[in-house]
Design a protein around this ligand. Structure first.
Ligand SMILES: *Cc1c(COP(=O)(O)O)cnc(C)c1O
Length: 361
């Protein structure tokens, strides 16, 4: 096997989908597989998640690629599209671009698509102020869309929570209330909940849930681990030791000499770096597992390598496997907190140079 390797546990993925269904038993599931399924490999993830009801990606190109690879579930494009050509390409591929802007509605009223758009969603901005029609304009927008020959069938209503990772935050309830009131006025189905809302805001589950992160076995909360929700990590990232040697007290490690030995130190070099997507913010901060033991990253993360202090793991030798995250005792959430970022970013930026290997069973 080539290293570094990201092992993708498809059984864990299916387990996590079942957890979504246990938490939101009345809702259908739109599985979010944008950004190459959060770096996990979209084709294998889409295939393993065949028991979801629909998929969501961000962009037209992601949806077209899934169709070319034979995925035939409904696919929502969360960013929508902006031109007549893009609407036509979406329609030809039976993709469902989210409508979030008045200019998209104006365009749909002017053009004639090769076939009507189905499984349509109107994004409503209830407070995040990223994408969406304002709630007070939503009913007019729906009336226009219902008149439009390019739109077929019932239109659902979406919103996106800006603070659902903050459990109990009043702003979540305010966003939910705005959508419940629109549901009352329109009778249309709602799709609101991202992972954090699936896990902590049951009233938001409604007709469809829209989780991403939790499917990959990762918690969106800084204070709550994925195993508290009985989620299983899907990605395990590892590589191997390519050098082990001792340096003397006073000697420096890596670019800039950011780490200095205060005693004789056993240094291990691992074949992984920011050129693989291992964050440079883990310089002097990261930790890895060698034979179940946690060992610190020392010095700056280089493009292809990181260095370890092996003083507490003297038995480690060249060729040993080193786990970067995704194992009991080293979840990616902990690395994210050491890098002062979110786990979404760490998994999503893993580069094509890292081999993905599917595990099942
Ligand atoms: C990415 C995304 C999701 C999924 O969010 P998670 O926090 O990963 O569950 C849901 N809805 C929209 C609009 C998104 O952009």
């Amino acid at each position: 096997m080539d290293f570094p390797v990201a092992r993708i546990n498809l059984a864990a993925l299916r387990h996590n989908l079942n957890r979504v269904k246990e938490l939101a038993p009345q809702s259908r599931v739109m599985a979010v597989i944008k950004a190459d399924a959060y770096g996990h490999g979209v084709l294998s993830v889409a295939t393993a998640l065949r028991d979801s009801d629909a998929f969501a990606v961000a962009r037209l190109s992601e949806g077209v690629k899934l169709r070319q690879q034979g995925i035939n579930k409904p696919i929502v494009l969360l960013e929508g599209v902006n031109s007549a050509d893009e609407f036509a390409l979406a329609a030809e591929n039976q993709l469902s671009p989210v409508i979030h802007l008045q200019s998209q509605i104006d365009l749909l009223q002017r053009i004639s698509l090769p076939r009507p758009l189905t499984f349509n969603w109107l994004m409503v901005d209830t407070g995040m102020h990223r994408l969406g029609i304002r709630p007070e304009q939503a009913l007019d927008a729906l009336a226009d869309l219902n008149q439009c020959k390019n739109i077929e069938g019932e239109i659902g209503l979406m919103t996106h929570f800006a603070n659902s990772d903050l459990i109990g935050d009043n702003r979540n309830q305010a966003q939910l209330d705005a959508m419940l009131s629109l549901k009352q006025d329109s009778g249309l189905p709602l799709c609101l909940a991202n992972s954090a809302a699936v896990m902590s805001l049951p009233d938001s589950h409604q007709d469809w849930v829209r989780p991403g992160l939790m499917l990959y076995g990762i918690s969106p909360f800084t204070e709550k681990n994925a195993d508290e929700f009985n989620l299983q990590p899907v990605m395990q990232l590892s590589s191997k030791l390519i050098a082990v040697y001792d340096i003397h007290a006073g000697e420096e490690v890596g670019y800039g000499g950011d780490w200095v030995a205060d005693q004789t130190t056993r240094v291990g070099v691992v074949s992984i770096g920011y050129g693989d997507g291992y964050s440079r913010h883990l310089s002097n901060q990261g930790e890895v597992l060698i034979q179940g033991q946690r060992v610190p990253v020392i010095g700056r993360v280089s493009m292809d390598t990181i260095c370890l202090n092996l003083n507490d793991a003297q038995q480690a030798s060249v060729g040993d496997e080193v786990i970067l995250w995704g194992e009991q005792g080293l979840p990616v959430e902990q690395l994210a907190s050491l890098a002062q970022t979110i786990p979404y970013e760490l998994v999503t930026v893993i580069c094509p140079r890292v081999q993905r290997v599917e595990l099942d069973g």
